[in-house]
Design a protein around this ligand. Structure first.
Ligand SMILES: Nc1ncnc2c1ncn2[C@@H]1O[C@H](COP(=O)(O)OP(=O)(O)OP(=O)(O)O)[C@@H](O)[C@H]1O
Ligand SMILES: [Mg+2]
Length: 391
């Protein structure tokens, strides 16, 4: 499949060219802007038009979309989207589309299995009550695990293109920093402190008022479980640190690109710009900016302004032309209101266009997706959205 990769030096002029040249595409942006939808649409388009084996690695997709991709069961298992789904959408794909969902808990277990120095430590970690309680909801673990899974799948070399959806973080920067944070954690004072010989620390702690209370309420067993957990965890440090560094390298690789998704609302747009700067600072490749849920382009055509103005001005005359629709007064009011609403929408569309033009730094590809009337929950919908950003 290397044949479809374009020469590196060429700047992509469309999402099609960008995806043809890359192996990893990371879809990111603030909450609810359409990251998951865009990632799935881009992957579906690549599988349809470019061919090869394409994987979309999703995080928490809406249930109906998950079903459409054949992801009924929650899990890390990669599943091929059946050909029948493409047929139902009226297309014959050149390649294969695969999909997987991120299962944080299972991914952590896999990591432990890989990095534990021996079987005894491995079993002790997996059985540790603290580990079981927090592995599914480690602070920031979603971010790290998404990047870690990506690295794992990419290294296996099974796919020609992997499109990664990112978790709904408070801040899109978080996952860029997740691998470094993981490495830092293992060399931190906190971890060293937590893994100091259990007895002396518990004794030490017991002399401090807070821990005297904690000990009374939680029991020294709890404090010891914590110490045991971090002690065991530290045995995996070398593997983890090395791995986190490899993940960071993958993000910076020239075969990896970022696709920033945003709506034109102030807050997501602001975050997108902030994120674009952060990519730039880190010398990471910004491949495309997808502006989602924008008003359709025809709203900005001057010809339509004339039509709307006429609807308002000649509402009475036009009403007589469609007299069979109802009372002439009602028809005239409806036509007038439609014309006026259209003109109002045009004002918003023009403001949107100005916002787009005012974006500080522009990536290789900027694409706009209109707001669709219906929710996007099947392959046909994804391909319809994909068509808007493809060429
Ligand atoms: N262009 C569009 N037109 C209409 N609906 C859209 C469009 N893009 C996305 N949606 C819908 O908006 C909702 C949110 O989209 P999506 O789940 O892709 O966002 P997200 O950025 O992944 O959200 P989260 O941050 O929660 O993960 C979905 O119901 C999706 O179908
Ligand atoms: Mg999402």
């Amino acid at each position: 499949m290397a044949a479809r990769k374009a020469p590196e030096a060429e700047r992509a002029r469309s999402l099609e060219q960008l995806l043809a040249a890359k192996e990893i595409v990371i879809s990111c942006g603030s909450g609810g802007v359409g990251k998951t939808t865009t990632a799935a649409a881009a992957a579906a388009m690549a599988a349809t038009h470019l061919g090869g084996k394409v994987l979309v690695l999703t995080v928490d997709p809406a249930k109906r979309l998950a079903n459409a991709l054949g992801l009924e069961r929650f899990g890390n298992t990669e599943t091929q989207v059946p050909l029948s789904a493409f047929e139902a959408a009226g297309v014959t794909p050149r390649g294969e589309l695969w999909a997987a969902m991120l299962d944080t808990k299972q991914s952590w277990d896999d990591l432990v299995r890989r990095h534990a120095p021996d079987a005894k430590t491995r079993e002790a970690i997996l059985a540790n009550s603290i580990y079981q309680n927090i592995s599914g909801r480690f602070v920031q673990s979603h971010d790290y695990i998404a990047m870690e899974r990506l690295y794992e799948i990419h290294s296996a070399g099974t796919y020609d293109l992997i499109v990664v959806d990112t978790p709904p973080t408070r801040n899109a920067i978080d996952f860029l920093e997740a691998p470094d944070r993981m490495a830092d954690f293992f060399s931190s004072k906190l971890l060293r402190w937590l893994t100091a010989p259990t007895k002396s620390r518990v004794m030490n702690l017991a002399s401090k008022p807070f821990y005297t209370v904690a000990d009374r309420i939680l029991g020294s067993q709890f404090l010891e479980d914590i110490a045991e957990f971090f002690g065991l965890f530290q045995t995996m440090a070398p593997g983890f640190v090395e791995r986190a560094e490899a993940v960071t390298r993958t993000l910076a690789d020239k075969r990896t690109t970022f696709l920033v998704v945003s709506t034109l609302e102030a807050a997501p747009l602001h975050e997108a710009e902030f994120f674009i700067d952060a990519l730039d600072e880190r010398k990471l490749n910004l491949g495309a900016l997808v502006l989602n849920k924008v008003l359709p382009a025809y709203l900005r055509r001057t010809a339509t302004t004339g039509v709307a103005k006429r609807l308002c001005a000649d509402a009475d005359d036009l009403a007589s032309a469609v007299a069979e629709a109802g009372d002439p007064g009602d028809i005239s009011r409806v036509l007038g209101t439609i014309g006026e609403s259209f003109l109002n929408y045009q004002v918003v569309a023009k403001r949107e266009a100005e916002q787009r033009a005012g974006l500080a730094r522009s990536p290789e590809v900027v694409a706009a997706v209109p707001y669709f009337d219906a929710d996007i929950h099947d392959l046909a919908g994804l391909l319809q959205l994909g068509e808007q950003i493809w060429r």
